[in-house]
Design a protein around this ligand. Structure first.
Ligand code: NAG
Ligand code: NAG
Ligand code: NAG
Length: 440
């Protein structure tokens, strides 16, 4: 017996290339070698076949490797109502029924409206009777399970079920989801039928493993990441209700959509496992000057594609508008502020070392009177004491901010990363980098 031979070199280089995944490192190869001088070619071929046998045995053959390496797939996003919501398409059941769902990194449940749904408007609905793979989820006593999911903007109620769910060529079977038969009126707009929660299982009202997390755990992603470019249509003249809204990449990043490095900031977790995609906000600037914002528990920020604006703790939001000359609370909108429309407002937020500017276009939600415009950062906590927030986010950092960066939600090691958008993705507001500067 010998332990190595020139015929095995390709296998060793393969192992060296994937040494980052130590779980499947094969043991040293033991290949019987009977070298016969006049039959050298035959024994060389035998090495190859032994090597392939060992590859298959230890999971390194072409087919298993392809599975383990997983995929990275871009999903076209739909921008609804001028950056109000960012939508993707999901298929549920057999044969598949297709629905538009809000892509929401601020929650963890998947749900879809079903026929006869109360207060669901004209939204297209899932018909469970048409799916041969649908299973009810019952309790120990055999009853169907009713679940309520509460959001910042309302709630939904329905029955737990399991079915085959697919998005962009990825499939989870079975995926637990909520079949919603009642919701707060106005929770969804237009032809959107549900929400795809993209945060962690610990936050799920259905107690189900979220679709994305099932894929990441199963090794179906190249990297355990979901990445976003969210396009901006806030300023379009006569925009249609729905238009192309960027790209969500499942299983990695798309390098054509950002420039430079992604700055990853480790998630802040409370009690061990991650819930929200939560970071600590470490700084804010307005018109190029640092403003004082609360730290620690009062700086916990949910990075949330499913929220249109940015909400923050009262003191910080007041400090931001205090730094904008001529700004005032909007009398008719609790927690909102207005400022002279002629002011180009430049706000930036830092989470790690870098400070990321919000374009003045995203900050300005539009005119409320002849010369006053409403700002996209609002008071979330309305004077509550946030000093001992118990780990709840006091900031919800939504699309007003996220349109200005390429964002990467990484499960392991758990972090959110930001990078500058490439020109192909509309660019980050380059002018602001020189005005706001980057914090050291
Ligand atoms: C071994 O392979 C070489 C190169 O492919 C070839 O020229 C030679 O004829 C082969 N010998 C035998 C015994 O098959
Ligand atoms: C495995 O993949 C490599 C590279 O893609 C290819 O050259 C080789 O022929 C494949 N081997 C088999 C047995 O399919
Ligand atoms: C990356 O994004 C570009 C621009 O949207 C797109 O054309 C390309 O297909 C994407 N690549 C992948 C692998 O998704």
């Amino acid at each position: 017996m010998v332990h190595t031979s020139y015929a095995l070199l390709p296998l060793f280089s393969l192992v060296a290339g994937i040494v980052a995944n130590p779980v499947y490192l094969p043991p040293p190869l033991h290949i019987p070698l009977t070298r016969r001088a006049n039959n050298r070619n035959a024994s060389v071929e035998r090495f190859a076949s032994h090597a392939e046998h060992l590859r298959a045995k230890y999971g390194w053959s072409n087919s298993t490797l392809a599975k383990r390496q997983g995929k990275t797939v871009g999903v076209d996003i739909i921008d609804q109502a001028q950056d109000s919501s960012y939508i993707g398409t999901v298929s549920i059941g057999t044969p598949p029924q297709s629905f538009k769902v809000v892509l929401d990194t601020g929650s963890s449940d998947l749900w879809v409206a079903v026929a006869d749904c109360l207060s669901c408007g004209q939204t297209p609905t899932f018909d469970p009777a048409q799916s041969s793979t649908l299973q009810a989820v019952t309790s120990n006593t055999g009853n169907t399970q009713q679940v309520t999911i509460r959001y910042g903007s309302g709630s939904v109620q329905g029955t737990l079920a399991q079915d085959t769910v697919s998005m962009a060529g990825f499939t989870v079977n079975p995926q637990t989801l909520l079949l919603v038969d009642r919701m707060t009126s106005g929770l969804l707009d237009g032809d959107v039928s549900g929400i795809m929660g993209l945060a962690f299982e610990a936050l799920a009202s259905t107690n189900a493993v979220p679709f994305w997390q099932a894929l990441a755990t199963d090794g179906q992603f190249s990297s355990p990441e979901i990445s976003f470019w969210l396009a901006r249509h806030l300023d379009d003249e006569n925009p249609p209700d729905e238009q192309s809204g960027g790209v969500m990449t499942l299983g990695g990043t798309n390098s054509t959509l950002f420039t430079g490095d992604v700055e990853f900031v480790p998630l802040t977790t409370v009690g061990g496992s991650p819930t929200f995609w939560m970071l600590e906000m470490t700084g804010a600037t307005v018109q190029g000057k640092t403003v004082s914002i609360p730290t620690g528990d009062a700086a916990l920020s949910a990075i949330d594609t499913g929220t249109t604006l940015v909400g923050g703790p009262s003191d910080a939001v007041k400090a931001i508008y205090d730094a904008i000359p001529g700004s005032n609370p909007v009398p008719s909108m609790s927690g909102f502020f207005q400022y002279p429309c002629s002011t180009d407002v430049q706000v930036s937020f830092a989470f790690g070392g870098k400070s990321w500017p919000i374009s003045s276009a995203d900050m300005n939600l539009g005119r409320i009177s002849s010369d006053q415009c409403v700002g996209g950062i609002f008071d979330l906590t309305l004077g509550s004491d946030v000093s001992g927030g118990g780990g709840n986010p006091t900031w919800v950092v939504g699309d007003t901010f996220l349109k200005n960066v390429y964002s990467v939600f990484r499960a392991n090691p758990a972090a959110v990363g930001f990078a500058q958008l490439s020109d192909a993705a509309g660019g980050s507001s380059g002018a602001c980098f020189s005005v706001c500067g980057r914090m050291a």
